[in-house]
Design a protein around this ligand. Structure first.
Ligand code: GDP
Ligand code: ZN
Length: 342
């Protein structure tokens, strides 16, 4: 029985006699899961907040869109929220430009400043009573947001921005308590019996961990494109060059950054599809490598290209925010077995 953060369990042999106020118990059963987010594994996620900074590090629309697509695939019943942090560093124009792009696509966007404590009350209301996940690249202010929501957490904040590149400090997955408005004292007079929220901070994803749909399915992950794609003449239209494409005929009305992200993700998805086809041919002709034992006992892994190779422990610990850097990283030719990747 695998138990992850967020699982609901039945306890047996509960012992509260410990003098240090700790209890011990035996997990008797795991209750059914409503869903499971992977990397890190968190069960029963009600909502996901994608956090990015508007500056420092600079806003990256492609990265935001990659996270949206990935999380929509991971948790299809959960529409992710977007948190734009460090708004104290942005102009009103920059904020409304992002608002236009994402709110018109149907996403809820929180404009925050953990530093100036802007937008936190609204965020706290959304967190109340739910189990939430905070994800996003390092350095965008996830720990700072959690600390601002619950000063008792006192999470470590990276003060040296130069050290932030390619590393993260979050190691274990833990659910932190975010007091509801009432218990936080924001509106003590409120009669709304809001319950506390629980939120997990995660280190975000490296680029090779992000999932892609099949090429023809990518448009369904962009709500504003999906609405147009439904009217395309051919159901397998990729909305790139096709005649009678309803997306292309409305391209001028779409935010350029979103359509660019769409094209990038389709191209990657096509590349993955080609690699999968090549790989299945190679497997047939015996190009495999045995890992963890000699032939017969070890695990055989088909020889894949760089982007498909399992992630090494070292790289898993790194936070890649730049696509080119990720490709360079992928040039190393080691073989690494990774059970998670099957
Ligand atoms: P994490 O890696 O996503 O958890 O980011 P941290 O919370 O460690 O913050 C990274 C850096 O950004 C730190 O130097 C914070 O002081 C800074 N920071 C966090 N939130 C804000 C904000 O709202 N405005 C500004 N200007 N800086 C912030
Ligand atoms: Zn089309």
């Amino acid at each position: 029985m695998s138990i992850f953060t967020g699982d609901r369990v039945e306890l047996d042999e509960v012992d509260t006699s410990d003098s240090n106020d700790r209890a011990t118990a035996v997990i008797a059963a795991r209750l059914d899961r409503q869903n499971l987010l992977t990397r890190p594994n968190i069960a029963n996620v009600d909502q996901v907040f994608i956090v990015q900074a508007i500056h420092q590090p600079e806003w990256n629309g492609l990265l935001c869109d990659r996270y949206l697509v990935h999380l929509q695939l991971e948790l299809p019943a959960v529409r992710p929220f977007i948190c734009v942090n460090k708004c104290d560093l942005a102009t009103d124009e920059e904020i409304s430009a992002l608002r236009n792009i994402y709110e018109s696509a149907g996403y809820k966007v929180f404009f925050l400043s953990a530093k100036e404590r802007i937008g936190l009350d609204e965020l706290r209301r959304y967190l109340a009573g739910n189990k939430s996940v905070l994800t996003g690249p390092s350095g965008v202010g996830k720990s700072s947001i959690l600390n601002a929501l619950n000063p008792e957490l006192n999470l470590k904040v990276d003060v040296n921005e130069e050290l932030l590149v390619g590393r993260h400090t979050t190691t274990a997955t833990e659910l932190y308590k975010v007091p509801s408005e009432r218990s936080a004292g924001v509106s003590p007079a409120s009669t709304n019996p809001l319950s506390d929220g629980w939120i997990a901070d995660t280190p975000g994803y490296s680029l090779d961990q992000l999932r892609h749909p099949e090429p023809a399915e990518v448009a369904w992950q962009f709500p504003e494109l999906a609405a147009l794609a439904e009217e395309c003449k051919f159901s397998d239209c990729l909305h790139l060059v096709e005649q009678n494409c309803n997306v292309l005929s409305h391209e001028a009305e779409l935010p350029a950054s979103r359509y660019d992200s769409y094209r990038t993700i389709v191209a990657e998805s096509q590349q993955e599809q080609r690699l999968r086809q090549e790989t299945s041919q190679k497997v047939e002709t015996g190009v495999v490598k045995y890992v963890g034992g000699s032939e017969g006992r070890g695990k055989s892994i088909p020889k894949l290209s760089n982007r498909h190779r399992a992630v090494s422990r070292r790289r898993e610990k790194q936070q890649l925010t730049d696509f080119d850097a990720a490709d360079e990283e992928g040039l190393n030719d080691d073989w690494i077995a990774d059970d998670d990747d099957e």
